[in-house]
Design a protein around this ligand. Structure first.
Ligand SMILES: [Zn+2]
Length: 312
């Protein structure tokens, strides 16, 4: 039996898979979260299992399903590309999920899902120009223009994590920068992801701490505070580049590092130096739906929020 108005969304991340069932009012009727398993086949099975659990929890089967994932489905090959969870790359994720579930599944980039969620009923309601950035295991981005998430002919619109960190500082060892899994060096993701923050702290202090521990320690530990300040400066430079490109009114942050409250004070203070304007009114805000925003946006995928070239 299909329930009118219920939609199911999955957010496939590097460390966790989140799932939600939304009703027609946007209320969460069921929520589940599991750790992301190690291999590709295990990930497909875990998503199918999570969908089964969610449908059982709400008492309906056959709900419309959207899945947000890192990277993009290549329009040329239908295979996944650009994912920081590299076991996904080169795989026919949509086909395999549809085979496992026996029904159609809509897929989209995870940052695009964040953008769609925040645009629909989050921090970006009514905003024409919005950049949504994920700062998590990886770094991704989405561009919203005139109320639609842009996808682009290569499905890479907003893929900001593998641009180089702008205005690099040699005194902070930013040139040529760390090796990135994509084959280049010094990508924004190597600085602004959670593992990037951990690696920067380790290079400067010799101490290995998780991103979460560094943030917690910054209140009392001078080394941790310096690491966090370097992070804020790099985020300000990276976002100033985005603001100079399409002048959004709002930047929304998602992912684990979006929970760091001081970013919303410190980063706008720092980005003014790099934005090519006399005044900067761009707002920086956390995703209103927090960790749930990616899965909520995935659940919205059937609601025509993503703008593909054919729909222009
Ligand atoms: Zn890269």
């Amino acid at each position: 039996m299909v329930a009118a108005g219920l939609r199911l969304g999955i957010d496939l991340g590097g460390t966790k898979i989140a799932g939600v069932v939304l009703d027609e009012n946007g209320d969460e009727r069921a929520v589940r979260r599991i750790a992301t398993p190690g291999g590709y086949g295990e990930i497909v099975a875990a998503i199918a299992g999570l969908i089964g659990e969610l449908e059982q929890a709400v008492g309906y089967r056959g709900l419309p399903i959207g899945v947000g994932h890192p990277g993009a489905i290549s329009p040329a090959s239908g295979l996944l590309k650009n994912a920081n969870s590299i076991c996904l790359n080169g795989r026919p994720l949509q086909r395999d999920l549809q085979t496992a579930l026996g029904r159609p599944v809509t897929l989209a980039n995870d940052a695009n899902c964040l953008g769609a969620s925040e645009l629909f009923d989050g921090a970006g309601v009514g905003v024409c120009g919005l950049f949504a950035a994920i700062l998590g295991t990886g770094v991704g981005g989405a561009i919203v223009i005139d109320g639609r998430v842009r996808v682009g002919p290569h499905a890479i619109a907003g893929e900001w994590g593998h641009n180089p960190l702008p205005w690099p500082r040699p005194d902070w060892d930013e040139l040529p920068g760390p090796n990135c899994w994509c084959g280049r060096r010094g990508c924004i993701e190597t600085w602004l992801s959670g593992p990037g923050l951990t690696a920067d702290h380790r290079r400067r202090t010799g101490t290995t701490m998780s991103a979460e521990t560094i943030v917690a320690a910054a209140a009392a530990d001078a080394d941790a505070l310096e690491t966090l300040e370097r992070y804020e400066d790099r985020l300000a430079r990276a976002l100033a580049h985005v603001i100079n490109l399409f002048d959004p009114e709002l930047v929304v942050l998602g992912g684990g590092l979006s929970r760091v409250a001081r970013l919303y004070r410190q980063v706008p203070q720092r980005w003014s130096r790099w934005v090519f304007s006399d005044v900067v009114t761009t707002r920086l805000a956390a995703a209103r739906h927090g960790d749930a925003s990616g899965a909520r946006g995935a659940a919205r995928l059937g609601q025509s929020l993503l703008k593909r070239p054919s729909a222009v």
